[in-house]
Design a protein around this ligand. Structure first.
Ligand code: PHE
Length: 371
């Protein structure tokens, strides 16, 4: 009983100073990788939904939870931030971190953006899965598009006491971990989110190291109020699907989720968790680039410029050298851009061409000056 909603995406004002979404980023909107039951993300989403359907059954034998997976990733700053008590000066609101259509419209940075909307529509127990977008560094675990499943369980205050909530949340999540990962060690750390109090992070011991799995907490009263719930309390969590899928399927690079190469897609079957067999890796080709930066420089802007130019051919971008001119105080940075394709050998000439386009765009940027 998943609820689907068709949605429309506004036309961005490319070039306007409050718009930093790109055509390339927008190509991901509507892909809904999480709704493909044969993709690793879809398999994980269904596993989580299945756990909730089995665990929380009402007296009629029906699941207490409503599932949502087709909500519009284009949301307002009110939904994504204000309703969740995220302060005006929170870094997550910056254009360096978030893709905006205009001052008030953006690509959701987390599925929490749907919490108050779903509450106002009368939902107390729900899962909401979707694609989220953040501007970020470039490496094998970061991609500007990722997927989350949000969960909330809310009660009338008369149904359960306040001190029921935190233990219920922890038990639910420890059960989820056991269901998905089997018998692994878990550990709770204090965390902080503007919309929950207390807030916790759950880590699991996986392949010999602690892995951050999710953030969660008891919902703040004012968030519930923004959802038109005045006599209620409850908990929520948000879990990143790529993290879980990379661990369980042994997927080494986050870009693979976006691959339509059948050597990748043919490896997965609905409902099954299997180990990914890596196919021949083609050689990498790296290029260094040095430029002066001015104080408004932000690494995420550079990352996004590279990603937007090179697409999925860029594997990593790493700062390899930094230098401050002793007299002028000017700062220069040297980055190493590593290019690699999943499906073929890149020629030096074509990488040079991409690198030239990166250089041209740096030249055109007010934040950076080529050395
Ligand atoms: N939205 C948070 C994030 O993206 C996770 C979260 C969800 C935390 C719900 C608490 C409650 O990191």
């Amino acid at each position: 009983h998943t609820i689907s909603q068709p949605f429309t995406v506004p036309k961005p004002a490319f070039g306007s100073k409050s718009c930093n979404v790109t055509e390339r980023i927008l190509r991901n909107v509507g892909k809904n990788l999480h709704n493909n039951p044969k993709s690793p993300l879809g398999i994980i989403k269904l596993r989580i939904e299945d756990y909730f359907n089995r665990r929380f059954v009402d007296s009629n034998g029906k699941s207490e939870f409503q599932m949502f997976d087709s909500m519009n990733p284009v949301v307002s700053t009110k939904m994504c931030f204000d309703d969740l008590l995220i302060p005006i000066d929170h870094p997550g609101r910056n254009m360096t971190d978030t893709f905006y259509f205009d001052e008030k419209t953006l690509l959701r940075t987390h599925t929490s953006a749907h919490e108050t909307e779903l509450m106002r529509a009368g939902n107390l127990c729900f899962l909401a899965t979707g694609d989220c977008y953040r501007r970020d560094e470039i490496d094998s675990r970061h991609y500007p598009v990722f997927h989350q499943t949000e969960a909330a369980r809310i009660f009338k205050k008369s149904e359960v006491p306040e001190d029921f909530l935190l233990p219920d949340l922890k038990q639910c999540l420890e059960g989820l971990v056991a269901d998905i990962f089997g018998d692994v060690e878990t550990r709770w750390n204090p965390d902080s989110f503007p919309f929950t109090d207390p807030s916790l992070e759950l880590e699991i011991m996986y392949n010999g190291s602690w892995m951050e799995l999710l953030g969660c907490g008891v919902l703040r009263k004012d968030v519930l109020k923004n959802g038109n719930l005045h006599d209620h309390h409850g908990w929520a969590f948000g879990i990143g699907l790529e993290r879980v899928a990379m661990a369980l399927f042994d997927i080494p690079d986050i870009r693979l989720f976006h691959s339509s190469d059948e050597r990748f897609t043919s490896q997965f079957t609905e409902g099954k968790i299997v180990k990914f067999r890596s196919f021949s890796k083609f050689p990498a080709c790296y290029k260094d680039i040095s430029f002066w930066v001015n104080p408004s420089f932000h690494e995420n802007n550079f990352s996004e410029l590279v990603r937007d130019t090179a697409g999925d051919l860029v594997e990593t971008v790493k700062l390899v050298d930094e230098f401050k001119h002793p007299e002028t105080g000017q700062v220069s940075k040297c980055y190493r851009i590593n290019y690699r394709s999943f499906s073929r050998v890149l020629t030096n000439d074509e990488v040079d061409e991409i690198q030239d386009r990166v250089r041209e765009r740096i030249e055109a940027s007010p934040e950076m000056d080529l050395r």
